[in-house]
Ligand binder design. Structure first.
Ligand code: AHR
Length: 322
């Protein structure tokens, strides 16, 4: 007769212990550093590699990672940051989906005494509101793409029509990749961006945007510049469905250098990709340990990157880690 309630009690004790271990209460369960990380979402191959790098590096560094996926919404990221503040995590890191609108929540973190590290994307807030920013130089990536296009058409005597597929509106990579590209092609008056549309960094929206452009554009498109590989891969499908040969009828350059881009280059459908390194996990964990130890980290840590063309793709694909 008394066994049942005891069993129930034992079950409740076990269940609540599991709840605590899983970090659901947000309470510290051991002496490890607690890092709250708000990721943008899973919009691209790059993002998946970035998430894996952060999760793996947290395990290797013995850091208790509280991971939240914002599904590409700033409001979700702000909620996640507030939840990390309420949980009193040791450090907050996040990859901001857009560049503006972070001042209030960053001030809340500062007032709670929790250091914040930006990864991948920058914000427009005052730099005193975060400890440091680790990520790529997106303007330089745009310049590299622009230089590649300029080189292909250096002898052009007629206009070269360029279509641009932009990343998420208001995001640092979309703003900066546009800026760097435009800056570089400005030296040749024949290079003209005739259409520029967002594809939100996803394959499906990249395809949709390219379909719409090809349907409504009467001028010949010579070049596609996509702010990431996923949109270029989506656009390649649209170009093929329109009866054109991607990589030949339309030259294509994009950014990230993910495996999918290497496959497209080997298939002769993508001409060049500019590297954007998502493997930020190890460097992030080093920075987290530094700020917890009370040591300053550099305000800006820039990731070293290169570029690849279809001519060299085969040679490099095996050694690519993402
Ligand atoms: O912020 C980095 C960009 O975001 C990558 O280029 C893109 O693929 C991702 O979604």
């Amino acid at each position: 007769m008394r066994v049942k309630p005891l069993r129930r009690l034992a079950f409740l004790v076990l269940a609540s212990a599991m709840f605590v271990v899983a970090g659901c209460t947000g309470k510290k369960t051991d002496d490890r550093i607690v890092l709250g990380f708000s990721q943008i979402g899973a919009e691209s191959e790059w993002r998946t590699a970035n998430t894996e790098s952060i999760k793996a590096a947290a395990v290797t560094s013995n850091i208790d990672l509280r991971f939240a996926d914002a599904q590409q919404k700033q409001e979700n990221q702000i909620k996640a940051l507030r939840s990390f503040i309420a949980q009193k995590v040791d450090v907050i890191a996040f990859s901001p989906v857009v560049a503006t609108g972070w001042d209030t929540v960053l001030m809340e973190a500062r007032d709670a005494g929790i250091p914040v590290i930006l990864t991948d994307r920058a914000v427009t807030s005052d730099p005193s509101l975060y400890a440091g920013f680790l990520g790529s130089d997106f303007i330089e990536e745009g310049r590299k793409a622009g230089r590649w296009v300029s080189e292909q058409f250096k002898d052009a005597t007629a206009d070269v029509n360029i279509v641009e597929l932009q990343g998420t509106v208001g995001s640092a990579p979309a703003n900066d990749r546009k800026k760097g590209f435009e800056e570089t092609i400005a030296a040749n008056p024949h290079l003209r961006i005739i259409r520029s549309q967002t594809g939100d960094f996803t394959r499906s929206k990249g395809k949709e945007a390219m379909e719409a452009i090809l349907k409504s554009e009467s001028r010949k498109v010579h070049v596609l510049y996509a702010h990431n590989d996923d949109m270029a891969i989506g656009a390649i499908q649209a170009i093929e469905e329109a009866g054109l040969k991607p990589g030949k009828d339309i030259l294509i350059v994009s950014i990230d250098a993910v495996k999918g881009a290497f496959q497209a280059m080997i298939a002769g459908k993508l001409n060049a990709t500019i590297e954007c390194n998502p493997l930020l996990g190890p460097q992030l964990m080093t920075s987290v340990a530094e700020v917890v130890a009370g040591r300053p980290i550099p305000k800006r840590i820039v990731v070293e990157e290169t570029m690849f063309t279809m001519e060299t793709a085969k040679q490099f694909i095996q050694s690519r880690k993402y």
